[in-house]
Design a protein around this ligand. Sequence first.
Ligand code: L3W
Ligand code: SF4
Length: 441
Amino acid sequence: MGKKLLLKNAHIEGIRYFETYRKHGGYEAAEKALKMKPEEILEEVKTSGLRGRGGAGFPTGMKWSFLAKPEGVPRHLVVNADESEPGTFKDRYLMEFLPHLLIEGMLISSYTLGSNTSYIYIRGEYSWIPDILEEAIEEAKAAGFLGKNILGTGYDLEIYVQRGGGAYICGEETALLESLEGRRGNPRLKPPFPAVKGLWERPTVVNNVESIAAVVPIIEIGGAEYAKIGVGRSTGTKLISACGNINKPGVYEIDMTITVEEFIYSDEYCGGIPNGKKLKACIPGGSSVPIVPANLLLKTINGEPRYMNYESLADGGFATGTMMGSGGFIVLDEDQCVVNHTMTLARFYNHESCGQCTPCREGTGWMYKILKKIEKGEGKMEDIDLLWDIQRKIEGNTICPLGDAAAWPVAAAIRHFRDEFEWHVNNPELSQTQNYGIANY
Ligand code: L3W
Ligand code: SF4
């Protein structure tokens, strides 16, 4: 049984409510933190080695230490709850079942950063969750953990929940800030980073829901103990939302020392693949990260087992490895068609592109059109090379990472599954009625 820090009390009935959460040790970390100096908390977070859980894996303590502190200018904490990455639904689970864990994490983090007004920007489609969060905020306020002069310390904090309008791009931190300010969610050029110029041009830390929730156990057990869990630079625990062709889809907390094989096949996690089918491939970090075929997923290029952590998943770089990303773990069995899968993703990125940069706006549209053509059996061999060429022209040439996120899945699919693309070109009639997987296994 892996170590549980975030979900250790998730099974307790009523843990969503303040009274039950408090009865099981809730807000004790906040009480401890409010007796510490903000610099001491920052040191604990740095020592913990916590890395951002939204996708980039950037060290949280380092981000916090970048926060500018000009005299007389308010600072803000913004929680990125715009969880829209296909395959990723772990923040939804945290907010729905453990809202007080997020509020407590926000209290500790806001106090550390010197924010008196903090925000949760939540994906618009999560329409039932803002009520849960707002109820938790009211409960925390009534108990003296939010509002004016919290626990008599003189520290004030208000938390506001802002609903998004349903655009994936608003999960990109600068687009989120634009949207929070009331404008269209177009990403800004970085630098300046939000830590220097963020919400209303004020210093702002934007962190993912899970990252902020993880601050609670870090204060509970101390940064050094947290850093002992996991391995190398993959410290602590990570939530993984598992879906696709597995027996037990759901949200799991892992300690980043287990192998990918164990995660897919053990009963504690995904419970294997339905109907005894073979594993074809997996996208371990949400739809934006490269797809990896089974042979490279279970072993690294050095023949070592592949582990569920930042370093091992990336082993070999993008040519053979992938990324931990946001922890949206999508499993494809032998019946699935990689071309069809890639086309679905290309449609998504084309739809979600904000249109500011030409390579992304035009390139995502072209990739979708060509993939659709190939998938329907109407493609030519040159189309596969054209597709490769387009994705290369997008990667690294855009304002925000959506361009890369659209390019990587296409690149990895061609790199590892070119035979499937060629099968569609060579079998136009079969392509009309079947997919590669069903026809070839
Ligand atoms: C101050 C510096 N701050 C970096 C901060 C920066 C940001 C964080 C990471 O993309 C990835 C993307 C998706 N001074 C700084 C600094 N920072 N240098 O550190 O920055 P960055 O640019 O590496 O990444 P990002 O823009 O945050 C996120 C990948 O995540 N992804 C997407 C997931 C989507 C969801 C969702 O829908 N919710 O999770 C999945 O893998 O491809 O690479 O805060 O300001 N010098
Ligand atoms: Fe918009 Fe795409 Fe450019 Fe990002 S990469 S700013 S989504 S056009």
